[in-house]
Write a protein that binds this ligand. Structure first.
Ligand code: NAP
Length: 634
């Protein structure tokens, strides 16, 4: 939602502290504000100040640009009346900020009362008041069928225990979980998010021991708080999001995708449905076609052949027969066909020939060996073993990754998605509030890197070559797209990011490596994902020298970290579950290149297409169109 004059906002707890600051900040954007508080004098004063701000944007209004409504949010009648008043004056509701909150008036450990004026009241204001206002705001927004945003004020004390005030912690923890659980209202255009600042210098914040505040990195500035709230309002991807703001870690969305993956499970409903429908249709032929590497070359087409192989039954113990529906195309297919994936002398590598090509696929389990109990025929699954460019693959059952659907988007999440997800966490050690630069950003893996960096609360700069790619990247939420066909990457970085970028997700290599390294900030981390520009030199991959690399890294305490997905297999299932979950929530988009490649015959065309620089998103080969059509209908 763009913050623009003419919107209206309802802000509780607006007479002081955070509520006051947010009410005034909204008014400065020309937004009509209802200042809601039980404190009349101070509330009226804020309403007056807000009016001075937003009146500049409006002339000849027949209604006040700001109003004050006295309201105790723990009183349901007063809450209803306050919303009625807002609607009567402004006729609609775009933003609702629930900021009213109190500390527990009597120390819990010493409280001898029945809690009516202490802990019960704190829960009523901090949690029930927020629920009541959110409930009413949703009703109004739903009825209007217009987009709306609700920002609830949680607290860092709602993310970890605040020992000095257990009731405050409990009520704020409730606000956090309540708001996160509202994520699906996004489908109706209503986005509820929760803001969890650490200590802010307000009347409430000043009650906390200053030594403790110092240990926590000092007070969070009101400026950052407002920035966080505005991010939650304006960023359309944020729904059920929880933004934790500290001085120590900056802006961080909680839980991180990795934390979230620990408790999320892939929905089994679809899995069951697919299994029952497809079960009977997987026919096992006597032979099948596959792409093999028969001579070592970085020219994929001349290195490979299509062969028909017998389907040997019975299946080896501990194995399953996997039917491929979609196979994913990767930049590194040409490195695999030139033998670079194997260690040893040229002779030793040559002795492996012929070997099966392809890194990844989605499809169905066609048959299982007797000992395999945990997998059933018809189950949709993914594989990330060699040999994906085939109609069938025999795979050890432990290498099967169950997925909800055998779709092209899921193939994209395998090598490409997992590389971005795992490397940003492990090699880049990505946090929030940083600037992240992604190269080849509209490609298979780049598209995931930009979105995950955005979802984690970072500013994202992305490079690409071409208008279509630039459009995709804008759509994925990239803050600054640099189309190198239109402008110089080096100049843009120098001019617009003079302090440098904190993280680089680099996969192009060659001159791009130099440009990125020179743009890295002090303490910056650059992750080497690949070097696609070097893969297909005249004689194959030519390693480069980087003169002065050590000196540059030393001078700015920088890190250059390598990342190779194969070494992180223990994290695949967890990160895949998380990517699928983000996708199902609509928080992650997956771009699959629209060019159609069908059957194993088209694999070499698809590999060449990826290296032509024309592809946008993930390049996928549909190995069996009859099955893809069948599953698409489900
Ligand atoms: P991709 O990004 O879809 O590759 C296509 C894009 O790369 C093109 O659209 C083009 O983008 C750029 N490109 C292609 N040829 C180029 C050339 N000769 N010079 C400069 N740029 C060129 O491919 P991908 O499979 O996702 O792989 C991307 C990179 O990630 C590769 O370096 C790959 O090796 C690496 N990777 C590494 C791992 C790992 O475990 N480390 C895993 C997966 C992928 P623009 O022109 O728009 O920049």
């Amino acid at each position: 939602m763009e913050l623009k004059p003419g919107l209206s906002a309802f802000v509780t707890g607006a007479a002081s502290g955070i509520g006051r600051a947010l009410a005034l900040a909204l008014a400065q954007k020309g937004i009509f504000v209802t200042v809601v508080d039980y404190s009349e004098d101070r509330g009226k004063e804020v309403a007056l100040l807000a009016q001075n701000e937003n009146l500049k944007f409006h002339s000849g209004l027949k209604f006040p640009s700001t109003i004050f409504v006295k309201c105790d949010v723990s009183n349901k009648g007063q809450v209803a009346a306050a919303f009625d008043k807002h609607m009567q004056v402004y006729g609609g509701l775009d933003i609702c900020i629930n900021s009213a909150g109190i500390v527990t008036p009597i120390l819990f450990a010493k409280d001898q009362t029945d809690g009516s004026n202490s802990w019960r009241h704190a829960v009523n204001v901090n949690l029930l008041g927020v629920i009541a206002c959110t409930h009413r705001a949703i009703q109004i927004m739903e009825a209007a069928k217009k987009p709306g945003v609700i920002i609830n004020l949680g607290s860092a004390a709602g993310l970890y225990p605040h020992i000095a005030d257990p009731i405050y912690s409990a009520s704020k923890g409730g606000v956090v979980m309540f708001t996160r659980a509202l994520a699906l209202y996004k489908k109706k255009g209503i986005r509820a998010n929760v803001l969890c600042p650490e200590f802010i210098r307000t009347e409430m914040g000043e009650l906390v021991d200053s030594r403790f505040i110092e240990r926590m990195g000092g007070y969070v500035s009101m400026e950052n708080l407002i920035k966080g709230a505005f991010e939650l309002i304006t960023d359309e991807s944020k729904a059920g999001s929880c933004l934790w703001i500290t001085n120590r870690r900056g802006f961080e969305y909680w839980p991180t995708p990795t934390e979230e993956a620990k408790y999320l499970v892939v929905p089994s409903r679809l899995k069951k449905r697919l299994t029952s429908v497809i079960n009977s249709n997987v026919k096992i032929p006597q032979s099948f076609e596959k792409v093999i590497v028969r001579t070592l070359s970085h020219n994929f087409r001349s290195a490979t052949s299509i062969v028909r192989a017998p389907l040997k039954l019975p299946i080896k113990p501990g194995h399953v027969l996997f039917k491929v529906i979609y196979a994913g195309v990767n930049a590194s297919d040409v490195n695999f066909s030139s033998g670079s994936y194997f260690s040893g002398s040229k002779e030793e590598i040559r002795s492996r020939l012929p070997f099966d090509a392809g890194f990844e696929a989605v499809g169905l389990i066609a048959a299982v060996s007797d000992g395999v109990k945990n997998l059933k025929v018809g189950t949709p699954a993914a594989i990330m073993t060699f040999g994906g460019y085939a109609e069938f693959v025999m795979v050890p059952s432990k290498h099967i990754l169950p997925v909800a659907r055998p779709d092209p988007e899921v193939v994209a999440m395998l090598t490409s998605g997992l590389t971005a997800s795992i490397s940003l966490e492990k090699a880049a050690q990505m946090e929030s509030g940083k600037t992240v630069l992604v190269t080849a950003a509209a490609g298979g893996t780049g598209q995931f890197a930009v979105q995950l960096a955005k979802l984690a609360g970072n500013k994202v700069v992305a490079t690409c070559g071409g208008k279509d790619k630039a459009i995709l990247l804008k759509d994925l939420g990239v803050d600054r797209v640099i189309d190198y066909k239109e402008e110089s990457i080096k100049n843009v970085l120098k001019k617009e990011f003079p302090k440098g970028v904190d993280i680089v997700y680099e996969s192009v290599g060659g001159d791009m490596f130099d440009v990125c390294l020179n743009a890295l900030a002090v303490y910056g981390r650059m992750v080497i994902i690949g070097m696609i520009s070097q893969y297909q030199g005249e004689h194959g991959w030519k390693p480069r020298n980087y003169t002065g690399l050590c000196e540059k890294l030393l001078a700015k305490s920088q890190t250059v970290a390598g990342f190779f997905l194969v070494q992180y297999a223990h994290l695949w299932q967890q990160h895949l579950g998380n990517l699928v979950h983000l996708f199902s929530l609509g928080k992650l988009k997956v771009a699959v290149d629209p060019k159609s490649f069908v059957g194993v015959q088209s694999v070499a065309d698809a590999v060449e297409y990826l290296h032509s620089g024309k592809s946008v998103g993930k390049v996928v080969v549909c190995i069996d169109p009859s099955f893809s059509q069948q599953t698409a209908k489900l």
